[in-house]
Design a protein around this ligand. Sequence first.
Ligand code: F6P
Length: 326
Amino acid sequence: MSKIKNIAVLTSGGDAPGMNAAIRAVVRSAIYHHLRVFGVRHGYEGMIQGQLKEMKSHHVANIIQRGGTILKSARCEEFKTPEGRKKAYEQLKSFDIDGVVVIGGDGTFKGARAFMDEYEIPFVGVPGTIDNDLFGTDYTIGYDTAVNTVVEAIDKIRDTASSHNRLFFVEVMGRDAGFIALRSGIACGAEAILIPEKQTHLETLRSHLEDGPRRKKSSNIILVAEGEVAGGAFAIAEKVKEDFKEYDVRVTVLGHIQRGGTPSAFDRFLATRLGVAAVQALLDDQKSIMVGYMDREIVHIPFNKTIKHNRTVNQELLDLFDILNV
Ligand code: F6P
């Protein structure tokens, strides 16, 4: 019999479509297991300030299809300090919380890991970020929806690009990671992608553009991940304009539309499975782990291993651009 009686759930960092489905799954499975469940508003900030409120099943009705997060989210500087975490611990104690589910990305898990080094209340993480940059899960909640949003936008850009024979640089999100650029680039038939994980790309891009006339293409779309080391889509477009005057260049930054919108069926499914698994993990006395989804199975990965720099880009997928751009 588990000693867990009261749990808290929060969303933290950049919001991601499917977070609401995860909150719903946590709340309902907690109630199913006869636990009391408290929603924390505004992530760690709300935890420090004691913004906890008990949630019942009806509080999460009709949210599975909604983007954003009903609990709100924040990036909290104070939680990075021992003083901030102490305040959070005291608040959790005052609500008698004996387990916490945190839904977020690597910043969220770094905070959780620091807390776990100091206090005994178990934290379990659910991967929620459009960036898909966490080690230990094939997919993070929100990534699939974001990729679909990007693909839909680029299909539209392709129409106008081909009508005018233009070269477009389209900047997509991914602060330190190129997973959105990689997957959507493949799905929309982009001519190339520029991502932080691959250093030699400017040269590749040059040879690709030099080869343009031979390939008789009516449009070129290059996806640039925002964290790309050469400085983002505008900076790269400027360089290209100088060297390749024959190209009519345009830039589009897709920005935060990638974070909003109705979650895809896959994200809802993933969020539901992971939310239920997180509550089960707390009941099984797990702590300091993220529940992940690998090879269609639920896995438990220590927070230490989940941070983004462990996750590498699949070279086979990068090679597809060369194969398909003959
Ligand atoms: O963490 C997801 C993400 O959307 C990144 O891709 C992006 O760099 C960042 O958040 C932007 O964060 P914000 O606009 O919320 O500060």
